[in-house]
Design a protein around this ligand. Structure first.
Ligand SMILES: Cc1cc2nc3c(=O)[nH]c(=O)nc-3n(C[C@H](O)[C@H](O)[C@H](O)COP(=O)(O)OP(=O)(O)OC[C@H]3O[C@@H](n4cnc5c(N)ncnc54)[C@H](O)[C@@H]3O)c2cc1C
Length: 286
């Protein structure tokens, strides 16, 4: 099939883009990398009358790294962030997770902020943003607001973005001192969406004991799920894995049963947490 007719707009700055979204609101869609939107258009699962293509807004093509974390502009492609050594040093989970997003050709074009705006609970970056307590900055003609990940993901493919808002950037906080990270997932084929995936951060105290262990889950709930497993892990890895098994709320679909996804949550929790704790023991001050 071919997309339903639409009017294409190619603004060259953020002001012009948000003015268009203000004018056309629910009748418009933002086009970033197009890796999710174009298939939806082609299948006529969405039929916006206006497309606001932000690919000419050079000011959004940024990745800024400082002590607070990584600020990813709305036009930064997955591949650029994945390859950014400074971003990896400050927050390794970005590269660890991005390696699992689709295939390199898709990552060359798709944007990190587009993934977040798409709000697919099977998206790797949704789990990373939620686990790291990141945020998304939204701009409209009325002004700018920053929404914490916990409030940004509202449901499957639904975010806090209003129809007149452009997501201009995402902020992924730096990993704290003595913290290790890991990302693992199981998909039917490499590059497919995960049947279940787990991101983990493990923080040790100055004596080298586990201070905090958290895991973020994809593909097992309507929104990315974050669990604090510190106490459970202290009781033993099996207790933490069982807690995850009982906490996730997956569905049965074409690809896997809910029971199998629960089983994966148990197995991958052990794996991700173990790797993150091992990485924390290797941590060196940057
Ligand atoms: C074969 C295939 C496999 C894939 N596998 C995975 C996978 O394993 N994991 C994964 O996470 N993703 C996967 N994807 C999706 C891919 O990562 C997309 O790139 C990503 O979901 C969206 O980024 P985009 O820049 O392409 O956004 P687009 O497709 O341009 O937009 C997606 C949605 O977000 C909105 N949007 C985009 N940017 C903004 C913005 N700045 N402000 C407001 N709204 C915005 C659009 O209006 C649209 O509704 C796959 C895609 C394909 C085709």
């Amino acid at each position: 099939m071919k997309p339903a007719p639409f009017v294409w707009h190619g603004p060259e700055d953020v002001g012009a883009a948000v003015a268009l979204l203000g004018e056309y609101g629910p009748d418009a869609k933002v086009l970033a990398g197009g890796q999710s939107l174009v298939p939806l258009l082609a299948m006529r699962l969405t039929r916006p009358a206006h497309l606001v293509d932000i690919n000419r807004v050079a000011a959004l093509d940024t990745v800024t790294v400082d002590g607070s974390g990584v600020r990813i502009g709305a036009l930064a492609r997955h591949r650029r962030v994945e390859r950014d050594d400074e971003a990896f040093r400050v927050q390794p989970l970005l590269r660890q997770a991005l390696q699992y997003v689709a295939h390199p050709t898709i990552r060359n074009r798709g944007t990190c902020v587009g993934s977040l705006a798409h709000a697919d609970p099977a998206g790797e970056l949704t789990a990373v943003l939620a686990l790291c307590d990141g945020s998304v900055t939204l701009q409209s003609a009325a002004g700018t607001r920053t929404v914490a990940a916990a409030d940004f993901f509202v449901g499957p493919l639904t975010s806090a973005l209003a129809p007149d808002e452009l997501a201009v950037a995402a902020h992924v906080p730096a990993r704290p001192a003595r913290t290790g990270t890991a990302f693992v997932e199981i998909a039917r084929r490499h590059g497919d969406y995960a049947l279940c995936g787990v991101a983990a951060t493990a923080e040790l105290d100055a004596a080298g004991e586990l201070h905090r262990l958290r895991c973020g889950y994809l593909s097992v709930a309507d929104v990315p799920l974050v669990l604090d497993l510190t106490r459970a892990w202290r009781a033993g890895p099996d207790a933490a894995a069982d807690l995850a098994h009982d906490a996730v709320d997956p569905v049965t679909d074409l690809h896997a049963t809910a029971d199998y996804r629960r089983h994966l949550a148990r197995v991958l929790t052990r794996r991700a947490a173990g790797q993150a704790i091992a990485a924390a023991r290797e941590w060196e001050a940057p």
